[in-house]
Design a protein around this ligand. Structure first.
Ligand code: ADP
Length: 392
């Protein structure tokens, strides 16, 4: 059965067509620069990328191109072959404790959360509406970045701020990357052959978050009301004293929104190093002895280790630390230094395994806590949820 996994942004639309339940990718692609006359549509045909540049003024046109492209390139012979579409939605708030079959009511509920994710949810809705128009008979499912974290308890998700902020405006930690944290932690639980396992997932990409998972449930995560909280990232600061906003606004004659933009777009690796938001440039700078690149790396490692220590205590122990996403899967120096920073937990890195790629154990046999690389697969998770809710 063919299931489409969709991730719609404000000017982009990523898709993957999967054969389920085999979890085999049939094709994948991307529409970029939606809204412009030089938009780019890319689709993989027999492993080769086919790219077309043309005017694509809205998501409806983009979706039309995608479904037509599947037929034109003989990937499917008729649209009836697509049995379900799963959509990534960033913010599910407290409304969605699980994925949801999309109805008019569900779309309205997602819209009601726009305030909490103004950059993401409106774009996700645009993608949903375009696919509902293009494939009206097909089951569509919303899979939220936040639902996996809805199992956190109040002590983990509430800020120590006026309680009315939570009651009146929903100010609390929601957490993100839930689909990835769920996929990776499920895989780790299988590798450990222990459904009760205590696992920490380090999703380290441009955006980065950690998640503490106990017996398959998220008990804490590092991102908060927005993806700015937690560990530093490519361009995001992670946690800072909120009083910084007032100080910098006054010193640099900026609005709070502008300072927040600095914390979102000009901080993290980029802000500290002054070189780049890309971990490869940071590692290269560090290897050349660049002071600020080294500092960016050291801060990153310390802050990840801080969270690991805190989750170890909160869960009352730990069985494995898992690395995933662009950096987690590809940067051995960062994995090595993070694991060494928490070696007091009884962790010894296996230097040979740590240099390799793909799913593997990267600690020695006598390590009390195991280290794993587990490549994430959010699309498969979305397709699994679509099948589960579509009741095929
Ligand atoms: P996003 O959050 O945008 O999905 P990714 O998961 O793609 O981000 O991660 C982007 C980060 O992954 C960048 O810092 C990049 O340097 C790093 N990365 C990706 N591929 C490699 C690689 N082959 N070697 C080292 N780092 C990599």
């Amino acid at each position: 059965m063919k299931i489409m996994a969709v991730n719609a942004g404000s000017s982009s639309l990523k898709f993957q067509l999967l054969e389920m339940p085999e979890e085999k990718v049939i094709t994948s692609g991307l529409v970029e620069r939606i809204g412009y006359d030089n938009a780019v549509f890319t689709i993989k045909v027999n492993g080769e990328k086919v790219t077309v540049t043309q005017e694509i003024l809205d998501h409806k046109v983009a979706v039309h191109l995608v479904v037509e492209g599947l037929i034109k390139h003989h990937i499917i012979s008729s649209l009836d072959e697509i049995k379900g579409v799963g959509h990534r939605v960033v913010q599910g708030g407290e409304i969605f404790k699980t994925s949801a079959v999309i109805t008019d009511k569900v779309v309205e509920q997602i819209r009601s959360l726009n305030d909490l994710a103004p950059l993401h949810n409106p774009a996700n809705i645009t993608g949903i509406e375009a696919f509902r128009k293009a494939l009206p008979e097909v089951v569509q499912v919303a899979v939220f970045d936040t639902t996996f974290h809805q199992t956190m308890s109040e002590d983990a998700y509430l800020y120590a701020a006026p309680y009315e902020w939570y009651k009146n405006y929903g100010v609390r930690k929601y957490g993100f990357h839930g689909t990835s944290h769920q996929y990776v932690s499920e895989r780790a639980t299988k590798l450990l052959n222990n459904p009760e396992a205590k696992v920490i997932v380090c999703h380290l990409g441009n955006g980065a978050s950690l998640c503490a998972v106990k017996a398959g449930k998220s008990v804490d995560t590092s991102m908060g009301l927005t993806p700015l909280e937690g560990i530093p990232m490519g361009t995001r600061s992670g946690n800072v004293d909120p009083a910084v906003l007032m100080l910098i606004a006054a010193k640099e004659n900026k609005t709070y929104a502008e300072v927040l933009d600095d914390l979102n777009k000009r901080s993290g690796y980029l802000g500290v190093s002054g070189i780049s938001n890309d971990s490869r440039d940071i590692v290269e700078g560090m290897n050349k002895g660049d002071y600020r690149a080294t500092l960016a790396h050291k801060i990153q490692v310390k802050r990840i280790a801080d969270y690991i220590g805190s989750y170890y205590v909160y869960m009352g122990g730990l069985d494995a630390i898992c690395f995933t996403a662009g950096i987690g899967e590809n940067a051995p120096e960062i994995r090595r230094d993070v694991l060494n920073a928490v070696k007091v937990l009884g962790i010894t890195v296996d230097p040979v395994q740590n240099q390799l790629r793909g799913e593997r154990e990267i600690t020695t046999k006598d390590s009390k806590v195991k280290g794993f690389i587990i490549p994430t697969n959010e699309e498969v998770m979305i397709a699994r949820e679509t099948i589960r809710l579509g009741k095929f």
